[in-house]
Design a binder for this molecule. Sequence first.
Ligand code: NAP
Length: 193
Amino acid sequence: MGSVIVAMSMSLDGFVAGLNISVESPMGVGGMRLHQWLFDAPAGGVDAVVAREMFESTGAVLLGKRTFDVGLDVWGDTPYPVPCFVLTHEARGPLAKPSGTFTFVNDGIECALRQAKAAAAEKNVMLMGADVARQCLRAGFVDEMLIQLVPVLLGDGLRLFEHLGTELVELEGMQVIESPAVTHLRFRPVKEI
Ligand SMILES: NC(=O)c1ccc[n+]([C@@H]2O[C@H](COP(=O)([O-])OP(=O)(O)OC[C@H]3O[C@@H](n4cnc5c(N)ncnc54)[C@H](OP(=O)(O)O)[C@@H]3O)[C@@H](O)[C@H]2O)c1
């Protein structure tokens, strides 16, 4: 059984996208800077190794409708070459792309995650979108968080870590990998038994 993973590029001041997210600007004002480490990763360097590991271990994606809406043109395909499940209130049929199919799920996060896990089999389910990631964090569904901390201050935008209530969420540090472009921080939420 694989894990449920939140992997997000984040500015040092805590934003995972800038202001004014739109189809024209999928990561909002200044937000593309957060993914620069990925696009500029030197071959064979630690960033490329982390990116490849993420890519190869992902068996399905669960994404929010907003990430789907703004990302589709940029990807021109599915974001990973695997089945993708879009959590949405909008009822629509599946959308087949060269590397996988988007399935639109209207029955809530648990149902969407169940479908994604079944499709991923022994591989991981990758969560995409702050809203969707937050819902999974709140519900205790997240097994690992991979925060790619980028040395830039965005100033404003979309935060991952908000609206999570006031109860402590304990995290166990698992790994730190540093490069000049980004620090990869891996955590495991401590689940109550
Ligand atoms: N920094 C990174 O690494 C990274 C990674 C991924 C994405 N992003 C960025 O994150 C931004 C999008 O994140 P976001 O938090 O605004 O939105 P999101 O999580 O992608 O999508 C939220 C939308 O999903 C639907 N939804 C969520 N929960 C639902 C539920 N329980 N039932 C039914 N529908 C539900 C709703 O849309 P409807 O009501 O319209 O159906 C909701 O407005 C984009 O800018 C994207 O580029 C950044």
